[in-house]
Design a protein around this ligand. Structure first.
Ligand code: BDP
Length: 681
């Protein structure tokens, strides 16, 4: 098993009694006359049943009166109140019926049934029904036209622009199958730091060839746009969103795209952020830019997704506050076709962040959430970090904007403010590595993102168990060890990387420890800006005595984080500058607690190795070895992180490593040297 098949392994069902139950419904696949999505569903079912049951099952459209098969049924509003993409699977008249109002729902039901069968669950009383809670469930690829991937650690881009449109890599279809199996229904093919070339006719036809594959699996294709394209590609004098020629250019551009891609999804825009062009270059506001594009989409189904990831180069500002400051005043100013896409936290995909204070504070604007699946800040493709707890923690956070229970999830799924256009996006971790994600366990992050984008009520543990059963093993003991490893992996990483609410101990590479970095072209592009270590203590004061970023939250939330004595330890240094010798709730001083976390974090990687080894007898040898070797790298790098932090912070605390922990074997200068190797050109 080289990991290529992901969670669609379709291993033969070994439990004989379960298998004979399944075989009772394997006489035929009944598919009414249909479009291409239902054809994909029937083909997938045929493939799955073939492998699971070792039987080739025919697809037929003349199944009236027959029994013993699996039948697709399109329902009308009179039959069911379920949302369009929802499905139901039931036994009726000797058949198994997969019903939905849409072909897409049938496809999702088919994958749900295959999941059920892969897990060898019983048929008796089968009644599975599910609907997505969020409308746009999408991956954002940060893939560049030259095949590189920004913050990608699993090889080169899946999209082979130089071969398209004539050669359509078969892998595109497998990518689409994997996503559809989770309910993902949109994909942005190119990096938010976008190239204007995607707006050219040459590239539009390439994109159309990819979209033709995605369409068969109910996935819409989107593009990131370069805001200055009217100038650079169109030859206009300006890209000012209020200029009539610019507006006409975008209208024509969108029309040109729809000619080639009739179901085109829309645009994703990063504007006036990290050097990207945008409406502010012309003295306009974000809403001017977004609304101009929305106008171009008026005749079509497509949407404009405008990112709120902005922070200006102001030496006195707290970056934490930037998005809220810029976007809250724009609430109510966006066209209804615009969704504002907000990163889960206020800074940037850190191992742990409080939820973004934008959630709940723009009630008149649909806010989508953006998570990062690729492990930019989570050890690239060598550290095992199961991300579902990160997603879950944010979605479950209570913003209190409409009283208790106003969770981020309820804002994102539209139920709190009545948004109809709702969105969850994940920055993809895929590449052309044979196993798609580099680290075999990183597949679980793609899986978890997809499952949560469909249903944010699923728990991290449920999803982990499911993924393990589909992908690695169904042996209960082995599954227990791997579940334990996965569920603790994020806290372990946080402990050796950024404990107690530290953040961003990096410069540009986001790989090696650099908490000492104090030189950058702007203050918020240094590490010291974030942790603020000095002879007195550590952490960023964001209370009223500091930047007062806390004021961007509701009083109930402020109360949780305002008082350093009551702030939960995971968030402590996000909001407070704490004295080195302050006693924490654990009974240890800040310095002792930090050391405890750095050391136990790094040592816990050994525990992860043990869990993985205990599962070995039930694992495919190739996957076992791959993960075991990556865990060795993780162990070595966790010690590196620990030593870097401990030695660096000692230059402020002047205190020894607490008793019971062995002081680092290397000096700070030696660690810095070894880090510099990774930063050399
Ligand atoms: C940061 C990445 C950078 C992205 C940026 C973004 O370091 O590469 O371009 O986010 O989201 O995390 O636009």
């Amino acid at each position: 098993n080289d990991g290529y098949r992901l969670w669609l392994n379709y291993e033969p069902v070994r439990n004989a009694s379960v298998k004979s139950e399944y075989l009772k419904y394997a006489a035929f696949i009944g598919r009414p006359a249909s479009g291409e999505i239902m054809q994909s569903a029937s083909q997938e079912l045929q493939l799955g049943l073939g492998k699971l049951l070792g039987k080739s099952v025919n697809i037929t459209n003349s199944f009236a009166g027959k029994s013993g098969g699996i039948v697709f049924k399109i329902e009308t509003s009179a039959d069911t109140a379920q949302p369009v993409e929802g499905y139901r699977i039931q036994l009726s008249g000797g058949n198994m019926i997969i019903s939905s109002k849409s072909e897409q729902g049938i496809l999702y039901g088919t994958f749900a049934l295959l999941r059920h069968m892969q897990m060898q669950l019983p048929v008796k009383g089968l009644n599975l029904a599910s609907s997505p809670r969020v409308r746009y469930r999408m991956l954002n690829h940060w893939d560049n036209p030259d095949g590189t991937i920004e913050r990608g650690y699993a090889g080169q881009s899946l999209w082979k622009w130089y071969e398209l449109p004539e050669r359509v890599d078969p892998r595109y279809a497998d990518y689409a199958r994997a996503n559809a199996s989770l309910g993902i229904n949109g994909t942005v093919l190119n990096n938010v730091n976008a190239s204007a070339r995607f707006m050219s006719q040459e590239y539009i036809v390439k994109v159309a060839a990819v979209a033709n594959v995605m369409r068969k699996y109910g996935i819409k294709t989107y593009l990131s746009v370069y805001f200055a394209a009217p100038k650079t590609l169109g030859g206009l004098k300006t890209s000012d969103p209020l200029d009539p020629q610019v507006r006409a250019w975008w209208k024509e551009k969108v029309a040109q795209i729809y000619k080639e891609i009739p179901d085109f999804g829309g645009f994703l825009v990063k504007a006036n952020s990290e050097g990207e062009p945008g409406p502010q270059d012309y003295g306009r506001i974000h809403a001017d830019g977004a609304n101009m594009l929305a106008e171009a989409f008026k005749p079509y189904d497509g949407i404009v997704i405008w990112r709120a990831f902005v922070y200006k180069a102001d030496p006195n500002a707290d970056r934490f506050k930037a998005a809220h400051e810029e976007f809250v005043p724009l609430d109510g100013k966006f066209d209804p076709k615009v969704i504002v896409q907000v990163k889960n936290g206020p800074i940037d995909f850190q191992p742990r962040e409080p939820f973004s204070p934008l959630f709940g504070n723009m009630p008149k604007t649909p806010l989508g959430i953006e998570f990062q699946i690729t492990q930019e800040y989570l050890g690239f493709a060598t550290h095992a970090v199961y991300e579902a707890p990160i997603f879950e923690e944010c979605l479950d956070s209570d913003t209190y904007v409409n009283g208790a229970g106003s969770t981020v999830a309820k804002i994102v799924d539209g139920s709190l403010h009545g948004y109809e256009r709702t969105l969850i996006a994940g920055v993809a971790n895929t590449g052309n590595s044979r196993n798609w994600t580099g680290h075999p366990l990183a597949q679980a992050n793609w899986y978890a993102f997809g499952r949560l984008s469909w249903d944010h009520q699923l728990t991290s543990e449920q999803i982990a168990r499911e993924w393990i059963a589909l992908t690695l093993t169904q042996n209960p003991k082995a599954s227990g060890h791997i579940t334990a490893l996965m569920l603790r992996s994020r806290e372990i990483y946080v402990d050796y990387n950024t404990p107690l609410g530290l953040s961003r101990p990096w410069m540009g590479v986001h790989f090696a420890p650099e908490p000492w970095q104090n030189k950058g072209s702007r203050p918020d592009w240094t590490a010291v800006y974030y942790h603020r270590a000095d002879s007195i203590g550590l952490g960023f004061d964001r209370t009223a005595s500091g930047s007062n970023a806390l004021a961007q939250y509701r009083p109930e939330v402020q109360k949780q984080w305002n008082n350093p004595d009551q702030t939960p330890l995971p968030y402590l240094l996000w909001f407070h500058h704490v004295r080195w010798d302050k006693k924490l709730s654990t009974g240890r001083t800040l310095w002792e607690e930090l050391c405890t976390r750095f050391y136990t974090g790094a040592d816990s990687v050994v525990w992860m190795q043990q869990q993985w080894d205990l599962a070995k007898p039930s694992l495919d040898p190739q996957i076992y070895t791959d993960v075991a070797e990556r865990l060795k790298v993780q162990r070595r790098e966790a010690i590196w992180w620990r030593d870097a932090w401990v030695l660096y912070l000692q230059t402020f605390t002047k205190q020894p490593v607490p008793a019971g922990f062995e002081p680092p074997k290397q000096t700070l200068e030696e660690v810095k040297k070894s880090v510099n190797v990774y930063l050399m050109r």
